[in-house]
Design a protein around this ligand. Structure first.
Ligand code: CP
Length: 301
């Protein structure tokens, strides 16, 4: 593996190898014993053209836990603001020869394009609605820790499936690993096609929730909509997770959300904070060992 640009480019064997290494790092972090010099002398360049809390911070922590140095380039203070174009910016930055680039961009396939020009590994930290591979990997790690496996799990993803890169990467990863994926969305937020024919699509919670082991919610990706396609109130009314709905349709399911979580739209507070059901903060914590594993495998060689 030279880059990590999308789950579409890796098979079940590669996914398992990353998850095994991520679990190894999770165990070592817990014990306080890991090779803190694994990436000593390496410089990781973060090119985040879109805002981030979880992905940017956890990539930085992962790199620093492995001894690498990190540069957080900021488009808002860069020479892009003076009229330099995207390609010249990328060529300028890659000619400085970083050891890896982690990139987030609103344009479809932007990290793939950068990988054709950079002489170092490129890791996709999320592009458009296409892919967010490390999010799907940390979600899978979280499910594997909770259930001991991915194969045969029933995972229901609720929300803005059409505009979500998390949904896109998760549908691919989970199906490749033998999980059964269902998606639930209002018609206006359901894509025209899904990546695999066995993924089931529903338009009500009543149809999509029964039998779920995992319920993953997604926010309305308003930044990728030309206009509001559904109001927050109408969305919560039909698709919001409530304690009552969970008790009725899937009382044993765990709840996941990649964040940012918009409370009162995706779910009510009591669900987000339910210590028995909610794995949301465990997902965030698993971002560190997952990204350590990816950086180790791509940059540590
Ligand atoms: N899940 C996720 O990508 O969150 P951030 O946008 O905060 O990185």
């Amino acid at each position: 593996m030279q880059h990590l640009l999308g789950i579409d480019e890796i098979d079940a064997g590669a996914i398992t190898a990353i998850l095994d290494k991520a679990q190894d790092y999770a165990d070592k972090l817990k014990q306080g014993e890991w090779d803190q010099t694994r990436l000593k002398g390496k410089i990781i360049l973060h090119l985040f053209f879109e805002h981030s809390t979880r992905t940017l911070t956890s990539f930085e922590m992962a790199a620093k836990r492995l001894g690498a140095d990190v540069i957080n380039w900021n488009p808002e203070t860069s020479s892009l603001t003076k009229g330099e174009n995207f390609i010249d910016t990328i060529d300028t930055l890659t000619s400085m020869k970083p050891d890896a680039i982690v990139m987030r961009h609103a344009e479809f396939g932007a990290p793939k394009f950068v990988a054709t020009r950079a002489k170092c590994p490129v890791i996709n930290g999320g592009d458009s609605w296409r892919e967010h591979p490390t999010q799907a990997l940390l979600d899978a790690l979280t499910m594997r820790q909770n259930f001991g496996k991915l194969e045969g799990l029933n995972v229901t993803i609720i929300g803005d499936i059409a505009h979500s890169r998390v949904a896109s990467s998760n549908m691919q990863l989970l199906t490749k690993m033998g999980a059964h994926v269902s998606v639930v969305a209002p018609e206006i937020l359901m894509p025209e096609s899904l990546p695999f024919p066995q993924i089931k699509a529903y338009h009500t919670l009543e149809e999509g929730l029964p039998g779920a082991d995992v319920v993953m919610t997604l926010r309305l990706q308003k930044e990728r909509m030309d206009k509001a396609l559904i109001s927050d109130a109408a969305y919560f009314n039909e698709f919001g997770l409530t304690f009552e709905r969970l008790e009725k349709f899937c009382p044993k399911a765990v709840i996941m959300d990649p964040g940012p979580l918009v409370r009162g739209v995706q779910m009510e507070d009591s669900v987000a904070e339910d210590p028995e059901r909610s794995l949301i903060l465990r997902q965030v914590a698993n971002g560190i060992p997952t990204r350590m594993a990816v950086l180790d495998m791509l940059v540590g060689g």
